[in-house]
Design a protein around this ligand. Structure first.
Ligand code: NDP
Ligand code: AKG
Length: 416
C-alpha cells in the first residue's frame, strides 16, 4: 500500500501536477504513470556459514520512449517494489531533462550489505544479474551503482552478463572500474554535478561561495564528493552525517581528515577535530546551502518549517516529501530538485556508454568539461522556465521532462 508520503506517492503527485499544467488527458497521464515493465525475482544465497537465505530483488523499467532504460541498482533494507517504481520514474524525467538518450529504470535488492561478506555480496549480485538478464543489455536497459552498490558490483554484473553472452559486453553497465572500460570521472560525477548546481544557485542568490556555508547529509558516493568539491570551491561545510551519526566543525570540515577517518572506521562519527551533533539538527542548522545526499523522505512536514538554509540542493533522489516541498516553497527556499541536481551521475554514465560503444576513451578533462556544460545548460533551462511560468524549479523541471517524454511517444506513433 502506498502511503501518502511514500516516494511513489510523491513521484505520482509530481507527475499529476505536470500533467495538469500540460493539459494532458487521462490516457496520457496513465501512459506516463505506469511502468512499461517490472520484474520481481527471488535470490537465494548460500551464506559463508552454509545456511541459505532468500532475498527479493526488482528491476523496473518505467519508460523507453527516448532510448534504452537507464538507472542504478540499490542494495538496502528499504528496497521494495514501490520504492523502485518511484526511483525508475524519476530516472525517466532526469534523463529527459538533461537530454541523454535514455528512458528510466531502477533496480534493487532488499538487503543490508553491511551484514554480508564481499563473497556473499558477489553471489547475490551474480544471481540477481542472472535473474534480470533477459531484460537488460546495452540496447535495452543499462544498470549503474546506487545506494549500497559500487564499481565492484558493476564489475560482477558486467562479468555475469558477459559470460552468458559468450563475449565481453562493456556497455551493459556503467559506473564500472576504469580498468574494465569505466569512464574517467564517473565515480565523482554526481557530486561534481551537485556542486555545479549549488554554485549556480548561490550565484543566482547573489552569495559568493567564499561567504557561504553548507551542511551535507550522507557521506557515501554522492555526499563525500559533495563535501570535497564544495570545500574546493571555498564553501565552508559545517556539518556532515552518515547512518551512525553527525559531526560539525565551526571553521569548516576538513574533507581529507573525514575521508581518512571513514576509510579507517567506516563512519564520520568521532572524526578528530570535529564535534558530535544530532543528525536531525543537521537538516535545520543555520547554513546557506543544505544538501540531502542520503535517502528519500528526510525533509518532511515535521521539519521543513525549521529549515534555515535558503538553498536546498537535492543530491539524493526524493529527499523532500510533497508536504515539505510546499512548505519550503512558501518560505522562499530555492530547492534544486533531484532530477536536475543529481543528474551528473547519469550524464557521465551516458559518456561511459558512448565511450564503450565507440571503443574510444575520453580524457578526464573532456568528461568534466562536457559534464559542466550539460549541468549549466540544464540549470539555465530550468531556471528560465521557472521564471517564465512563475513556478518552482521542481515544477519547471518536471514539466520540461514530462513534455519531452510525451512528445517522444507522439513522434514515434505509439501515442494512444
Ligand atoms: N551514486 C550515484 O551516482 C547517484 C546517487 N543518487 C542518489 O544519491 C543518494 C545517495 O546515494 P549514494 O551516495 O550513491 O549511496 P551510498 O550508499 O554510497 O551512500 C549513502 C550514504 O547515505 C548515508 N545514509 C543512509 N541512511 C542515512 C540516514 N538515515 N541518515 C544519514 N545518512 C544516511 C550512508 O551512511 P553510511 O555511510 O553510514 O552507510 C551513506 O553515507 C541516493 O538517494 C541515490 O539514489 C543520485 C544520482 C546518482
Ligand atoms: O548512472 C546511472 O545510470 C544512474 C544513476 C542513478 O541511479 C540516479 O541518477 O539516480
Amino acid at each position: 500500500m502506498t502511503s501518502a508520503s511514500s516516494p511513489l506517492a510523491n513521484a505520482l503527485a509530481q507527475l499529476e501536477r505536470a500533467v495538469e499544467t500540460l493539459g494532458y488527458d487521462e490516457g496520457t497521464h496513465q501512459l506516463l504513470a505506469n511502468p512499461r515493465r517490472e520484474l520481481s525475482v527471488s535470490i537465494p544465497l548460500r551464506r559463508d556459514s552454509g545456511e541459505v537465505e532468500v532475498f527479493h530483488g526488482y528491476r523496473v523499467q518505467h519508460n523507453f520512449s527516448r532510448g534504452p532504460a537507464k538507472g542504478g541498482v540499490r542494495f538496502a533494507p528499504s528496497v521494495d517494489l514501490d520504492e523502485v517504481r518511484a526511483l525508475a520514474m524519476w530516472m525517466t524525467w532526469k534523463c529527459a531533462l538533461v537530454d541523454v538518450p535514455y528512458g528510466g529504470a531502477k533496480g534493487g535488492v532488499t538487503i543490508d550489505p553491511r551484514n554480508y561478506s564481499q563473497a556473499e555480496l558477489e553471489r547475490v549480485t551474480r544471481r540477481y544479474t542472472t535473474e534480470i538478464l533477459p531484460i537488460i543489455g546495452p540496447e535495452k536497459d543499462i544498470p549503474a551503482p546506487d545506494v549500497g552498490t559500487d564499481e565492484k558490483t558493476m564489475a560482477w554484473m558486467m562479468d555475469t552478463y558477459s559470460v552468458a553472452m559468450g563475449h565481453t559486453v562493456q556497455g551493459v553497465v556503467t559506473g564500472k572500474p576504469v580498468s574494465l572500460g569505466g569512464s574517467l570521472g564517473r565515480a565523482e560525477a554526481t557530486s561534481r554535478g551537485v556542486v555545479h548546481i549549488a554554485l549556480a544557485a548561490l550565484k543566482h542568490r547573489g552569495i559568493a561561495p567564499t561567504n557561504a556555508t553548507a551542511s551535507v547529509q550522507g557521506f557515501g558516493k554522492v555526499g563525500a564528493g559533495t563535501v570535497k568539491f564544495l570545500a574546493d570551491a571555498g564553501v565552508k561545510v559545517l556539518a556532515v552525517s552518515d547512518q551512525y551519526g553527525a559531526v560539525r566543525r565551526a571553521e569548516g570540515l576538513d574533507y581529507a581528515a573525514l575521508a581518512a577517518h571513514v576509510a579507517e572506521t567506516g563512519s564520520v562519527v568521532d572524526c578528530p577535530g570535529t564535534e558530535a551533533m544530532d543528525p536531525a539538527e543537521l537538516l535545520t542548522m543555520d547554513v546557506d546551502v543544505l544538501v540531502p545526499a542520503a535517502v528519500e523522505g528526510v525533509l518532511t512536514e515535521d521539519n521543513a518549517a525549521d529549515v534555515k538554509a535558503m538553498i536546498v540542493v537535492e543530491g539524493a533522489n526524493g529527499p523532500t516529501t510533497g508536504e515539505a516541498d510546499a512548505i519550503l516553497n512558501e518560505k522562499g527556499v530555492l530547492v534544486a530538485p533531484d532530477i536536475l541536481a543529481n543528474a551528473g551521475g547519469v550524464i557521465v554514465s551516458y559518456f561511459e556508454w558512448a565511450q564503450a560503444n565507440q571503443a574510444y576513451r575520453w580524457t578526464l578533462q573532456e568528461v568534466n568539461d562536457r559534464l559542466a556544460e550539460r549541468m549549466r545548460t540544464a540549470w539555465d533551462g530550468v531556471l528560465a522556465a521557472s521564471q517564465k511560468h512563475g513556478v518552482s524549479l521542481r515544477e519547471a523541471a518536471t514539466v520540461t521532462a514530462v513534455k519531452r517524454v510525451r512528445d517522444a511517444h507522439e513522434i514515434r506513433g505509439l501515442y494512444p
